[in-house]
Design a protein. Structure first.
Length: 572
């Protein structure tokens, strides 16, 4: 069988397999999933035995293992849920069934689900059946395993860099009209990069699978592994491996239009699979976020590929022989400018969506690493500016390009040596940028990781109320209020009533007000001669929308004596 015949058979099968991997994958959500509320609420004391624990998310999630991804335990540590956890058709409501006749006691429900942006979202709540649950500052959000986070970020960074080496050099070589010797070097670099992408992608899938297990002591089961393989994340990795193999097999340097078209499609699938496995995958394949992130990655690949080609292949020691015909550096200038402009525009769009607030940029790991990436971009652009000046001088003055060969002016030789050196430094910086992007895609976005709190002090009648609301963001919030009387009015209030209202038109939530159940009353330490403060702590309340909220407080001393006041705060 001839090679052309084999390609005609293998190519349609490969492209069909790639398409299938994406078509059977379920549509993703728009952002990193956040818990909006639970039933029972965190810290709630129930008078009746609940039939189930229900967790509501703001975006669809997936359940890696219905048996072990969610569970409920009693205060002795024994698991008591009565069946497999399940998601509703929308993927936003998780239900964990409970047995009937639960005895009086304290229970903890925990879960680990996969958000549409590939991050594992874990959490837990505590509630009491006919007995008070322990008052907690806020619902517990499970943090990812640091070792798995580091491993995931490392392999994702390697995938990004390998993909840039595989797909970035050939377009730049053809654009610059490089010779056959340079194209052979490009092919060698692409083959090594392709192998690196395949191996790192498989490692990435394994690390992601380990992260979906519900705790470090869980054993790996075939059910959990098969469930993961049929999920969106693993299907994207499979599509990437097929696409990378297709690009290497076709390698369309001297191919016809069909081979070129197939290679471009395979390259786009490889890039798209990387986006699916990161923050840009939190949406359908036609969503704005997916398209913008894909364009961002392509811009980085082209910039990096052109720099590697110039710095190592064409402007190195054997550059004049490897380059073949005179290089068309003016074309590279246009490509580099377009790539940088694309990176800038799409990067700003991503940063606004993933960070949201200046404080989140400064107070989260994602934000600080993003600032480091911006510093690397600034340094690379500075080098690019000096390289552009040298390349223009080289193009306008032929003696500069030939000074090294014929022993021309010393100044010309220095400039001829400076351009490759600066280009290689710029390529090194862009490689660090690509690696940083890979690590960023494995971290929880700053907007989701940031946990701000609001503190207010207000006077209500003769009382001083010190409030803490945490976290002051969309999702579950807990209110803690310390109420202190005055010397003239030292009596402690019996209860505190609270309600939340979103100012304006309600933000389209359809909710006029939210009752805040203050389930716990904790008297302070008695001090002779001073009013004794009393602390009220709420169970968790789900706040569905960002904006300016009004918290109305009513202090009830007795049936005839009540005082009402209000405070305003921002929910991010």
């Amino acid at each position: 069988m001839t090679r052309r015949r084999r390609l005609r058979i293998v190519l349609p099968l490969a492209l069909a397999a790639i398409a299938l991997c994406f078509l059977v994958a379920p549509p993703a959500a728009l952002a990193h999933a956040t818990v909006l509320g639970t039933e029972p609420a965190h810290g709630e004391q129930t008078s009746d035995v609940p039939e189930s624990v229900v967790v509501t998310f703001d975006e669809p999630v997936s359940l890696p293992d219905p048996t072990d991804s969610a569970q409920v335990i009693d205060q002795e540590g024994e698991r008591i849920d009565s069946g497999e956890a399940r998601l509703d058709p929308s993927g936003t409501v998780l239900t964990v069934p409970l047995p009937g006749g639960l005895p009086r006691g304290i229970y903890i429900a925990s879960w680990r689900v996969t958000s549409a942006d590939s991050h594992v979202v874990g959490g837990s709540i505590q509630f009491g059946v006919r007995t008070p649950a322990r008052a907690a500052a806020q619902p517990v959000q499970e943090m990812p395993d640091p070792a798995l986070t580091i491993a995931g970020g490392t392999v994702k960074a390697i995938v990004h860099l390998g993909l840039a080496g595989l797909l970035g050099l050939l377009p730049a070589a053809l654009l610059l009209a490089a010779g056959s010797a340079a194209l052979r070097r490009v092919r060698g670099i692409a083959e090594v990069s392709g192998v690196v992408v395949v191996l790192a992608s498989l490692a990435q899938a394994w690390v992601q699978f380990l992260g979906t297990l519900n705790g470090p002591d869980d054993t790996i089961t075939w059910a959990a592994l098969l469930g993961f393989v049929h999920g969106r994340y693993a299907l994207a990795v499979i599509a990437r491996v097929i696409a990378v193999t297709t690009v290497l097999v076709l390698w369309p340097v001297r191919g016809g239009r069909a081979r070129w078209a197939a290679s471009v499609v395979a390259a786009l699938v490889a890039v798209g699979s990387v986006v699916v496995n990161g923050h840009g995958g939190a949406g359908s394949l036609l969503s704005v976020g997916f398209v913008v992130t894909t364009v961002h990655v392509i811009g980085a690949i082209l910039w990096f590929g052109g720099l590697v080609l110039l710095g190592i292949v064409l402007l190195g020691r054997d550059g004049p022989r490897a380059a073949g015909p005179p290089l068309r550096l003016s074309r590279w200038t246009v490509l580099a400018a377009a790539s940088v402009a694309t990176l800038g525009a799409t990067g700003i769009w991503q940063a606004v969506g993933q960070v949201g607030h200046l404080q989140a940029l400064l107070e989260t790991d994602y934000g600080r690493l993003l600032l480091a990436k911006l510093a690397l971009v600034a340094a690379a652009l500075l080098l690019a500016g000096t390289s552009l000046r040298l390349s223009r001088r080289r193009a306008s003055d032929p003696s500069v390009g030939s000074a090294e060969e014929d022993g021309g002016r010393a100044g010309g030789g220095q400039e001829d040596r400076a351009l490759p050196s600066r280009t290689r430094r710029e390529a090194g910086l862009v490689a660090l940028i690509v690696l940083t992007s890979g690590v960023l895609s494995s971290l929880t976005p700053a907007r989701a990781a940031w946990s701000p709190s609001e503190r207010r002090t207000t006077g209500i009648g003769p009382y001083t109320v010190d409030l803490e609301i945490a976290p002051a963001r969309v999702g579950q919030q807990v209110l803690r209020a310390v109420v202190t009387g005055s010397a003239e009015h030292p009596e402690q209030p019996a209860t505190l009533e609270a309600a939340l209202r979103l100012e304006g038109d309600g933000g389209g939530t359809g909710i006029e007000s939210l009752e805040v159940p203050l389930s716990y009353r904790l008297p302070g330490t008695l001090e002779p001669g001073s009013p004794t403060p009393v602390t009220f702590v709420s169970s968790a309340v789900g706040v569905p929308a960002a904006g300016r909220w009004t918290l109305t407080l009513t202090l009830v001393v007795d049936r005839l004596e009540q005082y009402t006041g209000a405070v305003h705060y921002e929910v991010r």
